[in-house]
Design a binder for this molecule. Sequence first.
Ligand SMILES: [Zn+2]
Length: 431
Amino acid sequence: MYAKKDLSFSALRKILSERFSNLTDTRQREKINHSIHDVFMSGFAMMFFQEPSLLRFQQSLEDDIHNNNLKTLFGVGSIPKDTQMRDIMDEVDSQELEPLFDDFFRPLQRGKHFEQYRVLEKHYIVSVDGSGYFGSDTVCCPGCLTKENKKGEVHYEHQIVQAAIMHPDMRQVIPLAPEEVRNTDGKEKQDCEINAGKRLLHKIRSSHPKLPLIIVADSLYSKQPAIEEIVSLRMRYVLTVKPGDHKKLMEWVNEQRVLKETSRMEVKDRKGRTHIYEWINEVPLNDNKKTVMVNYLEYWIEDRGKITCHNSWVTDFPVDDENIGELVRIGRCRWKIENEVFNTLKNQGYYVEHNYGHGKKNLSINFFILNLLAFFMHQIFELTDTLYQQLRKKMGSKENLWGCLRGVLNVLIFESWEYLLERNLTPSRFL
Ligand SMILES: [Zn+2]
Protein backbone atom coordinates (compact mmCIF):
# COMPACT_ATOMS: atom_id res chain seq x y z
CA MET A 1 0.00 0.00 0.00
CA TYR A 2 1.60 3.24 -1.12
CA ALA A 3 -1.00 5.80 -0.18
CA LYS A 4 -3.28 6.00 2.81
CA LYS A 5 -6.31 3.93 1.82
CA ASP A 6 -8.99 6.60 2.02
CA LEU A 7 -6.73 9.13 0.26
CA SER A 8 -5.66 6.85 -2.60
CA PHE A 9 -6.42 7.66 -6.21
CA SER A 10 -9.28 5.16 -6.35
CA ALA A 11 -10.81 6.39 -3.08
CA LEU A 12 -10.76 10.02 -4.26
CA ARG A 13 -12.04 9.04 -7.70
CA LYS A 14 -14.92 7.23 -6.04
CA ILE A 15 -15.78 10.40 -4.10
CA LEU A 16 -15.83 12.33 -7.39
CA SER A 17 -17.90 9.63 -9.09
CA GLU A 18 -20.58 9.74 -6.43
CA ARG A 19 -20.95 13.50 -6.55
CA PHE A 20 -20.84 13.67 -10.36
CA SER A 21 -23.50 10.93 -10.67
CA ASN A 22 -25.87 12.93 -8.46
CA LEU A 23 -25.57 16.32 -10.17
CA THR A 24 -28.84 17.84 -11.36
CA ASP A 25 -29.48 16.87 -14.97
CA THR A 26 -32.11 19.04 -16.64
CA ARG A 27 -32.03 17.20 -19.97
CA GLN A 28 -34.99 15.21 -21.21
CA ARG A 29 -34.34 11.58 -20.60
CA GLU A 30 -34.72 10.41 -24.20
CA LYS A 31 -32.10 12.95 -25.35
CA ILE A 32 -29.34 11.77 -23.03
CA ASN A 33 -26.52 9.88 -24.72
CA HIS A 34 -23.74 10.69 -22.26
CA SER A 35 -24.38 10.58 -18.53
CA ILE A 36 -23.72 13.68 -16.45
CA HIS A 37 -21.12 11.60 -14.59
CA ASP A 38 -19.19 10.93 -17.79
CA VAL A 39 -19.32 14.58 -18.84
CA PHE A 40 -17.88 15.88 -15.56
CA MET A 41 -15.42 13.03 -15.11
CA SER A 42 -14.02 13.60 -18.63
CA GLY A 43 -13.63 17.30 -17.77
CA PHE A 44 -11.92 16.41 -14.52
CA ALA A 45 -9.57 13.94 -16.26
CA MET A 46 -8.52 16.68 -18.67
CA MET A 47 -7.59 18.93 -15.72
CA PHE A 48 -5.99 16.04 -13.85
CA PHE A 49 -3.62 15.33 -16.75
CA GLN A 50 -3.19 19.06 -17.38
CA GLU A 51 -4.32 19.11 -20.99
CA PRO A 52 -4.18 22.69 -22.22
CA SER A 53 -6.90 22.29 -24.86
CA LEU A 54 -10.32 20.73 -24.68
CA LEU A 55 -10.32 20.07 -28.40
CA ARG A 56 -6.92 18.39 -28.33
CA PHE A 57 -8.00 16.29 -25.39
CA GLN A 58 -11.13 15.33 -27.29
CA GLN A 59 -9.18 14.41 -30.40
CA SER A 60 -6.79 12.25 -28.44
CA LEU A 61 -9.77 10.39 -27.02
CA GLU A 62 -10.79 9.31 -30.47
CA ASP A 63 -7.94 6.86 -30.46
CA ASP A 64 -8.67 3.64 -28.65
CA ILE A 65 -5.84 3.64 -26.13
CA HIS A 66 -6.65 7.01 -24.68
CA ASN A 67 -10.32 6.22 -24.69
CA ASN A 68 -9.62 3.01 -22.79
CA ASN A 69 -7.44 4.75 -20.22
CA LEU A 70 -10.27 7.12 -19.45
CA LYS A 71 -12.48 4.10 -18.89
CA THR A 72 -10.05 2.13 -16.71
CA LEU A 73 -8.58 5.00 -14.68
CA PHE A 74 -11.62 7.27 -14.34
CA GLY A 75 -14.56 4.95 -14.91
CA VAL A 76 -15.92 6.99 -17.81
CA GLY A 77 -18.47 4.97 -19.81
CA SER A 78 -19.04 7.06 -22.92
CA ILE A 79 -17.11 10.14 -23.93
CA PRO A 80 -18.96 13.27 -25.02
CA LYS A 81 -17.87 15.64 -27.80
CA ASP A 82 -16.43 18.97 -26.68
CA THR A 83 -19.52 21.00 -27.64
CA GLN A 84 -21.85 18.60 -25.80
CA MET A 85 -19.57 18.70 -22.79
CA ARG A 86 -19.70 22.50 -22.70
CA ASP A 87 -23.49 22.65 -23.09
CA ILE A 88 -24.14 20.11 -20.34
CA MET A 89 -21.59 21.56 -17.89
CA ASP A 90 -22.96 25.08 -18.38
CA GLU A 91 -26.33 24.08 -16.90
CA VAL A 92 -25.02 22.71 -13.59
CA ASP A 93 -24.90 25.11 -10.64
CA SER A 94 -21.32 25.31 -9.35
CA GLN A 95 -22.61 25.04 -5.76
CA GLU A 96 -23.34 21.40 -6.49
CA LEU A 97 -19.59 20.78 -6.97
CA GLU A 98 -18.52 22.61 -3.80
CA PRO A 99 -19.13 19.75 -1.32
CA LEU A 100 -16.25 17.93 -3.03
CA PHE A 101 -13.79 20.20 -1.23
CA ASP A 102 -15.15 18.96 2.10
CA ASP A 103 -15.25 15.37 0.80
CA PHE A 104 -11.50 15.55 0.04
CA PHE A 105 -10.77 17.44 3.26
CA ARG A 106 -12.38 15.00 5.74
CA PRO A 107 -10.09 11.98 5.16
CA LEU A 108 -7.10 14.34 5.12
CA GLN A 109 -8.18 15.81 8.45
CA ARG A 110 -8.54 12.32 9.98
CA GLY A 111 -5.02 11.35 8.92
CA LYS A 112 -1.77 12.30 10.60
CA HIS A 113 -0.76 14.55 7.68
CA PHE A 114 -3.08 17.34 8.79
CA GLU A 115 -1.53 17.76 12.24
CA GLN A 116 1.70 19.14 10.81
CA TYR A 117 -0.29 22.23 9.68
CA ARG A 118 -0.84 23.34 13.28
CA VAL A 119 0.59 26.67 14.43
CA LEU A 120 0.24 28.83 17.54
CA GLU A 121 -1.91 27.14 20.20
CA LYS A 122 -3.08 24.41 17.76
CA HIS A 123 -4.65 26.74 15.22
CA TYR A 124 -4.72 26.37 11.44
CA ILE A 125 -3.90 29.23 9.08
CA VAL A 126 -6.48 30.03 6.41
CA SER A 127 -5.03 32.45 3.89
CA VAL A 128 -7.67 34.34 1.89
CA ASP A 129 -7.18 36.33 -1.32
CA GLY A 130 -9.02 37.38 -4.46
CA SER A 131 -7.92 36.66 -8.00
CA GLY A 132 -9.23 36.88 -11.56
CA TYR A 133 -9.29 33.75 -13.70
CA PHE A 134 -10.93 35.11 -16.84
CA GLY A 135 -10.78 38.39 -18.71
CA SER A 136 -11.99 39.42 -22.18
CA ASP A 137 -13.18 42.40 -24.21
CA THR A 138 -15.56 40.29 -26.29
CA VAL A 139 -16.54 37.02 -24.61
CA CYS A 140 -19.02 37.44 -21.75
CA CYS A 141 -21.97 36.00 -19.84
CA PRO A 142 -24.60 37.50 -17.50
CA GLY A 143 -22.42 36.63 -14.47
CA CYS A 144 -19.41 38.60 -15.75
CA LEU A 145 -18.11 41.57 -13.78
CA THR A 146 -17.81 44.59 -16.06
CA LYS A 147 -15.35 47.45 -16.16
CA GLU A 148 -15.85 50.41 -18.44
CA ASN A 149 -12.94 52.63 -19.47
CA LYS A 150 -13.15 56.34 -20.40
CA LYS A 151 -13.83 55.53 -24.04
CA GLY A 152 -16.86 53.49 -23.00
CA GLU A 153 -15.21 50.17 -23.88
CA VAL A 154 -16.31 47.33 -21.62
CA HIS A 155 -13.98 44.71 -20.19
CA TYR A 156 -15.43 41.45 -18.83
CA GLU A 157 -13.98 39.51 -15.92
CA HIS A 158 -14.54 36.57 -13.61
CA GLN A 159 -13.04 36.72 -10.13
CA ILE A 160 -13.05 34.43 -7.13
CA VAL A 161 -12.02 34.77 -3.53
CA GLN A 162 -9.98 31.72 -2.61
CA ALA A 163 -9.06 30.30 0.78
CA ALA A 164 -6.45 27.66 1.53
CA ILE A 165 -5.09 26.09 4.69
CA MET A 166 -1.33 26.45 4.81
CA HIS A 167 1.75 26.32 7.02
CA PRO A 168 4.81 28.58 6.81
CA ASP A 169 7.11 25.56 6.34
CA MET A 170 4.94 23.43 4.04
CA ARG A 171 4.87 23.76 0.26
CA GLN A 172 1.58 21.89 -0.04
CA VAL A 173 -1.59 23.86 0.55
CA ILE A 174 -5.11 22.61 1.16
CA PRO A 175 -7.64 24.55 -0.94
CA LEU A 176 -11.15 25.20 0.37
CA ALA A 177 -14.19 25.86 -1.84
CA PRO A 178 -13.86 29.25 -3.59
CA GLU A 179 -16.48 32.02 -3.57
CA GLU A 180 -17.30 33.72 -6.84
CA VAL A 181 -17.37 37.51 -7.12
CA ARG A 182 -20.40 37.48 -9.35
CA ASN A 183 -23.04 39.83 -10.67
CA THR A 184 -26.50 38.54 -10.00
CA ASP A 185 -28.64 41.64 -10.55
CA GLY A 186 -27.17 43.06 -13.72
CA LYS A 187 -24.68 45.85 -14.17
CA GLU A 188 -26.17 48.36 -11.77
CA LYS A 189 -24.80 46.94 -8.55
CA GLN A 190 -21.58 44.99 -8.98
CA ASP A 191 -20.53 42.37 -6.48
CA CYS A 192 -17.14 43.08 -4.89
CA GLU A 193 -14.25 41.16 -3.38
CA ILE A 194 -14.89 42.07 0.25
CA ASN A 195 -18.55 40.96 0.09
CA ALA A 196 -17.57 37.70 -1.58
CA GLY A 197 -14.85 37.39 1.08
CA LYS A 198 -17.44 37.69 3.87
CA ARG A 199 -19.65 35.06 2.21
CA LEU A 200 -16.58 32.84 1.96
CA LEU A 201 -15.80 33.17 5.69
CA HIS A 202 -19.38 32.12 6.55
CA LYS A 203 -19.10 29.18 4.18
CA ILE A 204 -15.82 28.07 5.79
CA ARG A 205 -17.33 28.27 9.28
CA SER A 206 -20.39 26.25 8.33
CA SER A 207 -18.21 23.56 6.69
CA HIS A 208 -15.78 23.47 9.63
CA PRO A 209 -17.75 24.53 12.73
CA LYS A 210 -15.11 23.53 15.28
CA LEU A 211 -11.79 24.02 13.51
CA PRO A 212 -9.61 26.64 15.30
CA LEU A 213 -8.74 29.01 12.45
CA ILE A 214 -6.54 32.07 11.96
CA ILE A 215 -7.58 34.23 9.00
CA VAL A 216 -4.63 35.74 7.15
CA ALA A 217 -5.44 38.33 4.48
CA ASP A 218 -4.47 41.69 3.01
CA SER A 219 -5.48 45.17 4.16
CA LEU A 220 -8.89 44.92 2.46
CA TYR A 221 -9.83 42.76 5.46
CA SER A 222 -8.19 44.74 8.26
CA LYS A 223 -11.15 47.14 8.44
CA GLN A 224 -13.60 47.20 11.31
CA PRO A 225 -16.61 45.50 9.60
CA ALA A 226 -14.50 42.61 8.29
CA ILE A 227 -12.71 42.15 11.63
CA GLU A 228 -16.07 42.11 13.46
CA GLU A 229 -17.31 39.49 10.99
CA ILE A 230 -14.20 37.34 11.59
CA VAL A 231 -14.57 37.58 15.38
CA SER A 232 -18.31 36.81 15.24
CA LEU A 233 -17.44 33.59 13.39
CA ARG A 234 -15.12 32.56 16.26
CA MET A 235 -12.04 32.96 14.09
CA ARG A 236 -8.72 34.58 15.00
CA TYR A 237 -6.82 36.89 12.62
CA VAL A 238 -3.46 38.21 11.48
CA LEU A 239 -4.19 40.88 8.84
CA THR A 240 -1.90 43.13 6.84
CA VAL A 241 -2.18 46.88 7.51
CA LYS A 242 -0.82 49.60 5.23
CA PRO A 243 0.01 53.22 6.17
CA GLY A 244 -2.25 54.54 3.37
CA ASP A 245 -5.26 52.49 4.48
CA HIS A 246 -4.81 52.92 8.24
CA LYS A 247 -3.73 56.52 8.86
CA LYS A 248 -5.18 56.85 12.38
CA LEU A 249 -3.76 53.54 13.55
CA MET A 250 -0.30 54.43 12.24
CA GLU A 251 -0.43 57.88 13.86
CA TRP A 252 -1.29 56.26 17.18
CA VAL A 253 1.54 53.72 16.85
CA ASN A 254 4.04 56.44 15.95
CA GLU A 255 3.06 58.50 18.98
CA GLN A 256 3.51 55.46 21.21
CA ARG A 257 6.87 54.80 19.56
CA VAL A 258 8.04 58.32 20.42
CA LEU A 259 6.86 57.79 24.00
CA LYS A 260 8.82 54.51 24.02
CA GLU A 261 5.66 52.55 24.78
CA THR A 262 6.27 50.02 21.97
CA SER A 263 8.32 46.84 22.50
CA ARG A 264 11.21 45.99 20.22
CA MET A 265 13.36 42.93 19.57
CA GLU A 266 16.29 42.40 17.20
CA VAL A 267 17.59 39.03 16.06
CA LYS A 268 20.70 38.46 13.93
CA ASP A 269 20.59 35.46 11.57
CA ARG A 270 23.44 33.34 10.18
CA LYS A 271 23.55 35.37 6.97
CA GLY A 272 24.31 38.49 9.00
CA ARG A 273 20.86 40.03 8.47
CA THR A 274 19.00 41.71 11.33
CA HIS A 275 15.34 40.85 11.89
CA ILE A 276 13.63 43.69 13.71
CA TYR A 277 10.31 43.18 15.47
CA GLU A 278 8.24 45.92 17.04
CA TRP A 279 4.82 45.62 18.66
CA ILE A 280 2.23 47.21 20.90
CA ASN A 281 -0.96 45.67 22.29
CA GLU A 282 -4.42 47.20 22.66
CA VAL A 283 -4.41 50.03 20.16
CA PRO A 284 -7.50 51.50 18.45
CA LEU A 285 -7.88 50.45 14.78
CA ASN A 286 -9.48 53.78 13.82
CA ASP A 287 -10.90 56.95 15.39
CA ASN A 288 -14.52 55.76 15.58
CA LYS A 289 -16.09 55.88 19.02
CA LYS A 290 -16.77 52.17 18.88
CA THR A 291 -13.42 51.21 17.40
CA VAL A 292 -12.22 47.67 17.70
CA MET A 293 -8.99 47.35 19.73
CA VAL A 294 -6.18 45.43 18.03
CA ASN A 295 -2.63 44.33 18.70
CA TYR A 296 -0.11 45.78 16.26
CA LEU A 297 3.13 44.23 14.99
CA GLU A 298 5.75 45.43 12.55
CA TYR A 299 8.70 43.61 11.00
CA TRP A 300 11.80 44.58 8.99
CA ILE A 301 14.79 42.75 7.65
CA GLU A 302 17.94 44.85 7.50
CA ASP A 303 20.71 43.55 5.28
CA ARG A 304 23.94 45.57 5.22
CA GLY A 305 22.18 48.85 5.83
CA LYS A 306 19.35 48.12 3.37
CA ILE A 307 15.80 47.25 4.32
CA THR A 308 14.81 44.20 2.24
CA CYS A 309 11.42 43.48 3.77
CA HIS A 310 9.01 45.62 5.78
CA ASN A 311 5.45 44.73 6.83
CA SER A 312 2.83 45.44 9.47
CA TRP A 313 -0.13 43.47 10.73
CA VAL A 314 -2.92 43.63 13.30
CA THR A 315 -4.00 40.60 15.27
CA ASP A 316 -6.23 39.56 18.17
CA PHE A 317 -3.42 37.46 19.69
CA PRO A 318 -1.74 39.43 22.48
CA VAL A 319 1.81 39.88 21.16
CA ASP A 320 4.90 39.21 23.27
CA ASP A 321 8.56 38.35 22.72
CA GLU A 322 7.69 34.63 22.81
CA ASN A 323 5.15 34.60 19.97
CA ILE A 324 6.16 37.58 17.80
CA GLY A 325 8.40 35.44 15.53
CA GLU A 326 5.63 32.95 14.86
CA LEU A 327 3.01 35.68 14.35
CA VAL A 328 5.22 37.24 11.66
CA ARG A 329 5.63 33.87 9.95
CA ILE A 330 1.84 33.45 10.04
CA GLY A 331 1.27 36.95 8.63
CA ARG A 332 3.69 36.27 5.80
CA CYS A 333 1.49 33.35 4.65
CA ARG A 334 -0.58 36.12 3.06
CA TRP A 335 1.83 35.95 0.08
CA LYS A 336 1.96 32.17 0.04
CA ILE A 337 -1.56 31.92 -1.41
CA GLU A 338 -0.39 34.01 -4.34
CA ASN A 339 2.72 31.93 -4.91
CA GLU A 340 1.55 28.42 -4.12
CA VAL A 341 -2.05 28.65 -5.36
CA PHE A 342 -2.68 31.38 -7.94
CA ASN A 343 0.75 31.29 -9.53
CA THR A 344 0.69 27.49 -9.73
CA LEU A 345 -2.82 27.45 -11.20
CA LYS A 346 -1.97 30.14 -13.74
CA ASN A 347 1.59 29.36 -14.73
CA GLN A 348 2.51 25.84 -13.76
CA GLY A 349 0.50 23.44 -15.84
CA TYR A 350 -3.09 24.04 -14.74
CA TYR A 351 -3.92 26.63 -17.46
CA VAL A 352 -6.59 28.12 -15.24
CA GLU A 353 -6.81 31.30 -17.34
CA HIS A 354 -7.27 29.31 -20.56
CA ASN A 355 -10.65 29.72 -22.07
CA TYR A 356 -11.87 26.11 -22.18
CA GLY A 357 -15.31 27.59 -22.84
CA HIS A 358 -17.26 30.44 -21.23
CA GLY A 359 -20.91 29.41 -21.52
CA LYS A 360 -23.96 31.47 -20.59
CA LYS A 361 -24.44 30.31 -17.02
CA ASN A 362 -21.88 28.27 -15.08
CA LEU A 363 -19.40 26.81 -17.55
CA SER A 364 -16.50 29.08 -16.77
CA ILE A 365 -16.68 28.64 -12.96
CA ASN A 366 -17.27 24.88 -13.32
CA PHE A 367 -14.07 24.49 -15.35
CA PHE A 368 -12.26 26.55 -12.71
CA ILE A 369 -13.59 24.33 -9.91
CA LEU A 370 -12.62 21.10 -11.73
CA ASN A 371 -9.14 22.52 -12.20
CA LEU A 372 -8.91 23.45 -8.52
CA LEU A 373 -10.07 19.95 -7.53
CA ALA A 374 -7.37 18.42 -9.75
CA PHE A 375 -4.83 20.68 -8.01
CA PHE A 376 -6.25 19.58 -4.62
CA MET A 377 -5.91 15.90 -5.55
CA HIS A 378 -2.29 16.46 -6.64
CA GLN A 379 -1.57 18.25 -3.34
CA ILE A 380 -2.98 15.23 -1.46
CA PHE A 381 -0.69 12.91 -3.44
CA GLU A 382 2.29 15.14 -2.70
CA LEU A 383 1.49 14.85 1.00
CA THR A 384 0.49 11.21 1.27
CA ASP A 385 1.35 9.07 -1.79
CA THR A 386 4.94 7.78 -1.57
CA LEU A 387 4.87 6.41 -5.12
CA TYR A 388 3.82 9.81 -6.47
CA GLN A 389 6.46 11.52 -4.31
CA GLN A 390 9.18 9.24 -5.70
CA LEU A 391 8.12 9.86 -9.29
CA ARG A 392 7.86 13.60 -8.69
CA LYS A 393 11.43 13.57 -7.37
CA LYS A 394 12.65 11.54 -10.34
CA MET A 395 11.00 13.84 -12.90
CA GLY A 396 12.18 17.11 -11.35
CA SER A 397 9.44 19.51 -12.37
CA LYS A 398 5.69 19.02 -12.32
CA GLU A 399 5.48 19.85 -16.01
CA ASN A 400 7.94 17.10 -16.76
CA LEU A 401 5.99 14.64 -14.65
CA TRP A 402 2.64 15.31 -16.32
CA GLY A 403 4.16 15.53 -19.79
CA CYS A 404 5.64 12.09 -19.26
CA LEU A 405 2.40 10.60 -17.90
CA ARG A 406 0.42 12.04 -20.83
CA GLY A 407 2.98 10.53 -23.19
CA VAL A 408 2.65 6.96 -21.94
CA LEU A 409 -1.13 7.23 -21.77
CA ASN A 410 -1.09 7.65 -25.54
CA VAL A 411 0.63 4.33 -26.15
CA LEU A 412 -0.37 1.97 -23.34
CA ILE A 413 -3.48 1.02 -21.45
CA PHE A 414 -3.26 1.22 -17.66
CA GLU A 415 -5.48 -0.68 -15.29
CA SER A 416 -4.74 1.56 -12.36
CA TRP A 417 -3.08 4.80 -11.22
CA GLU A 418 -0.54 2.85 -9.15
CA TYR A 419 0.47 0.81 -12.21
CA LEU A 420 0.85 3.99 -14.26
CA LEU A 421 3.18 5.47 -11.62
CA GLU A 422 5.19 2.27 -11.10
CA ARG A 423 5.68 1.82 -14.80
CA ASN A 424 7.20 5.30 -15.04
CA LEU A 425 9.24 5.00 -11.88
CA THR A 426 10.99 1.76 -12.80
CA PRO A 427 10.40 1.06 -16.50
CA SER A 428 12.99 -1.75 -16.51
CA ARG A 429 10.74 -3.91 -14.32
CA PHE A 430 8.18 -4.00 -17.11
CA LEU A 431 10.46 -4.98 -20.01
ZN1 LIG B 1 -18.87 35.60 -17.79
